[in-house]
Write a protein that binds this ligand. Structure first.
Ligand code: GDP
Length: 308
């Protein structure tokens, strides 16, 4: 089943890993680039790269980001030289970011750089940036606007969010690869990612929602709330910033008009969304097997919706 998965770098990325084990090259991930940052002379694209590392089975699962068993020798030397040291990058991670910077500086597209990084890592599925145009998520917190990475790292993602802005979004557009993948899909999945800063920027690219809603494939979202709670990260702060309940129903309210169904966690104590069809299954992805199991459950819902 040709599947397009919209994803950020944690929940969505884990579902991508599960999906790849089940459908291999039939999976195309459209990843958020609102988290991108230019720093240390390189172009860091955290979500597309994290998805790629999950798909290549290289991610540091303990830390939740970066590459397992990697070292920080270049970064340590850079900070000794006086470079900014709040944003760290491990050595092999730095390579993809250097490659992307150079590729784009020479006139290449971010999409082609990402496809090449995916090929270099030997992944069988496809990872596409949501757009080749720069979009940068900015956060208002403690009365101050700052880049998303500064909020996540310097503030630890701990302080309440007062506003979210997507710089550059009005001038951005989906790429031809994104448009083709969506049109050709048999199933479109909004992954269990932060709905505001991971899925939100993807849906906010002008024309993206229209591409998705006009596609013939059923559209299904997977809730990032497991047993009523966020597994990791500041999703609750962002839900509150948009005045939404911190529940699967709150997430579904942000996807109204886009999705046909929502998959909620089987242990979720909160009521399922009542304005969209909902399905229930275990959604905690803590192992290779559970990631594949969640992927199979999502595909089963997709098959059911296609058959109706
Ligand atoms: P980020 O880009 O690193 O912030 O990652 P995402 O936006 O992709 O993911 C953050 C969300 O993933 C959080 O809301 C988590 O609750 C959710 N998440 C993480 N692990 C799981 C899981 O195993 N199952 C589900 N359903 N959600 C998860």
């Amino acid at each position: 089943m040709k599947t397009v998965l919209l994803a950020g770098g944690t929940g969505g990325a884990k579902l991508a890993a599960g999906m790849q084990t089940v459908i291999g090259s039939d999976l195309t991930v459209i990843a958020n680039t609102g988290d991108d940052i230019e720093i240390l002379g390189v172009h860091v694209s955290p979500d597309p790269d994290l998805v790629t590392y999950w798909l290549a089975d290289q991610v540091d699962q303990v830390r939740g980001w970066g590459i397992k068993d990697d070292s920080f020798r270049v970064f340590e030397r850079l900070s000794r030289l006086g470079a900014p040291d709040w944003f760290s990058l491990s050595d092999l991670d730095l390579a993809a970011c250097l490659y992307r910077r150079n590729f784009i500086d020479e006139g290449g597209r971010q999409t082609d750089a990402q496809l090449q990084i995916g090929r270099g890592m030997g992944i069988t599925s496809t990872v596409l940036p949501m757009s080749d145009d720069p979009v940068r998520t900015r956060i208002l917190s403690s009365g101050e606007w700052r880049g998303l990475q500064e909020y996540l790292i310097l503030e630890g993602g701990q302080t309440e969010v007062e506003g979210v802005e997507l710089e550059g979004i009005a001038e951005s557009a989906p790429t031809p690869e994104v448009a083709t993948a969506i049109a050709d899909a048999e199933l479109i999945v909004l992954g269990p990612s932060n709905p505001v800063i991971s899925i939100g920027p993807i849906l906010a690219v002008p024309g993206m929602k229209e591409l998705i809603t006009s596609a013939s494939a059923p559209k299904v979202a997977v809730s990032p709330y497991v047993a009523g709670k966020v597994v990791k990260g500041p999703t609750d702060h962002f839900m509150r910033a948009l005045d939404r309940p911190t529940t699967a129903a709150g997430v579904a309210s942000l996807y109204m008009g886009v999705i046909d169904a929502m998959i909620c966690d089987a242990n979720d104590p909160d009521p399922a969304p009542d304005d969209v069809r909902s399905f229930s299954t275990d959604t905690l992805m803590h192992s290779t097997e559970s990631r594949a199991m969640v992927a199979r459950a999502v595909l089963k819902v997709g098959t059911q919706l296609v058959g109706e």
